[in-house]
Design a protein around this ligand. Sequence first.
Ligand code: ATP
Ligand code: MG
Length: 253
Amino acid sequence: MKTLGIDIGSRNTKIVIFDHDANQIAFRDWISTEVSAEDSVNKLLSHAEKQISLDEISSTCVTGYGRKLYKKADKIRSEISCHAKACHFLYPNTRTVIDIGGQDSKIIALNEDGSVNDFVMNDKCAAGTGRFLEMTAIKLECELSELSRLASMAENHIHLNSTCVVFAESEIIGLLASGHKVPDIARAINMSIARRIYTQMSSIELKEAVIFTGGVAQGTDLVNCLANLLKTQILVPFDPEITGALGAALYAL
Ligand SMILES: Nc1ncnc2c1ncn2[C@@H]1O[C@H](COP(=O)(O)OP(=O)(O)OP(=O)(O)O)[C@@H](O)[C@H]1O
Ligand SMILES: [Mg+2]
């Protein structure tokens, strides 16, 4: 038996088809979220159809920022629930989940049995999110996927003063103009995001295991910056961006 999980994020739409007999993911994919949520999902399903039969899918659950825009799912769940569900499945000892996507950041505290105990969410400000990294990549004229490697080569400490993406953009331009190196600036951005998450976490009691999900978790340098600040080990799932869709696929059963 297979179920379909859909995560319609503010930036990317992800799907996971979970095979419950084999207890593993049968298919996963993502694309940029389009104006029509249904078009995004249909495109992903057409990719999936080339590899597996969609007739075997018994039920569907949708989550994410755009979840109410997709009307064909059997169930609908919050991102908080889905990230918690998937992390508990992947790491049964999960007690804290940090999810950073393109537009918001969420910290979720789990009970021992995997249920959600508490959460905090920042969806008001882009500074602690992927948007900040996207702006940085444009200003530093590199690929987003290159930022982490560049930051890991930093040699000098720079403290970024701006806590707002708009002001940070001007600050980056100023740093480049005054001769600061790209790796040092990339690290300063990661440290700035890590400090924001650290502050956001202050109302949640940090318990291990700590799992980092969402597209931003692909940036290993940021993961390391945050782990150092929190003085804890942080685990990142194999493909952190599809975690919410995996949780939805598990809920769909
Ligand atoms: N290699 C990378 N390193 C760091 N960040 C990345 C990388 N690739 C993508 N990202 C970030 O991940 C974001 C997408 O992540 P994700 O799919 O989790 O967001 P989303 O679910 O659409 O957003 P939200 O949860 O805020 O609605 C991109 O917008 C980008 O900022
Ligand atoms: Mg998301």
